[in-house]
Design a protein around this ligand. Sequence first.
Ligand code: FES
Length: 199
Amino acid sequence: MTESKRKVTHGGFHRRAFLKGSGAVAAATALQTEVASAVQQTTQVAKGRMTIDLEVNGKRQTLEVETRDTLLDVLRYQLDLTGAKPVSLDGSSGASTVLLDGKPIMASTALAVACDGKRVTTVEGLDDTVPAAFVAADAQQCGFCTPGFVVAVKAFLDKNPNASETAIREGLNGNICRCGTYSHVIQAAVSLVKGGSNG
Ligand code: FES
């Protein structure tokens, strides 16, 4: 029997199968190394501080930020705009809602560097129309969720100026109020549709 035909087994394991298997592992390892090296070549991780430009509430701002800073960090701790709140850093409360190029986003989940060159509107940058409707409808208790709701109402009604109450309820479902002022918030939003102005 030639060497190639001889079956060498150890505990039921074939030598040939082992060698084949080893080859497969070696090939897989080589592939992993290749992939890792390709990832290393194509992935650029920004580190340290960067300079970004934002237009915040109509004013141009040039800011030095850490690459890990969120938009919320920059608004609150560099620009002293404390309307948007750090209630839920995953954005699930809606309390950090701001407008980025006119669209509502959670400032707590947006990296400041990703907002470079964009237009940010916070609750401080809105006119009095929506806040006045909230006051008239007594739509706040502790007020912690209120700025987020005000911005969300503004964004929603800008896009849906003739929204029904049902649509408003659905449109605001990304914002949470722990004090339970929902019915008054909806009342405020509905009043803006009825009033024909959503400033
Ligand atoms: S008014 Fe207190 S969380 Fe909404």
